[in-house]
Design a protein around this ligand. Structure first.
Ligand code: SF4
Ligand code: SF4
Length: 111
């Protein structure tokens, strides 16, 4: 179980969640942020501070947005950033690339 950032964070990037995460597991890409699925401790604190309501517990991600569970995980993979598990976003800074689905994102139908 982990929390997941979905489409409404794209190009918003308010970053309130980053400031309140007790384990620094919310990582920055060019267009959005990503929660590290293995570093998140599932405290839920970030949910209440996100202006566009872009953060869900993975089990509660709405059906049309469930691809974001994989998007958050794959951001850290060798195919995207190769960040692995750095154990702290502040130590790595902003990544130079987004997950390809986010990089090419236009809009979610019906949102
Ligand atoms: S608070 Fe919400 S919109 Fe802002 S960076 Fe975090 S997830 Fe994205
Ligand atoms: S649920 Fe807690 S640990 Fe996970 S990203 Fe949000 S604030 Fe950080």
């Amino acid at each position: 179980m982990a929390y997941v950032i979905v489409d409404t964070c794209i190009d918003c990037k308010d970053a309130s969640c980053v400031a309140c995460c007790p384990v620094d597991c919310i990582y920055e890409g060019p267009r959005t942020y990503y929660i590290h699925p293995d570093e998140c401790i599932n405290c839920g604190i970030c949910v209440s501070v996100c202006p566009p309501e872009a953060i869900y517990e993975d089990a509660d991600v709405p059906e049309p947005l469930r691809a974001f569970i994989a998007i958050n995980r794959e951001f850290f993979s060798p195919a995207v950033t190769a960040l692995g598990s750095p154990a702290g976003a502040s130590s790595v800074g902003a990544a130079l690339r987004d997950h390809p689905t986010v990089a090419g994102w236009t809009a979610t139908p019906g949102r």
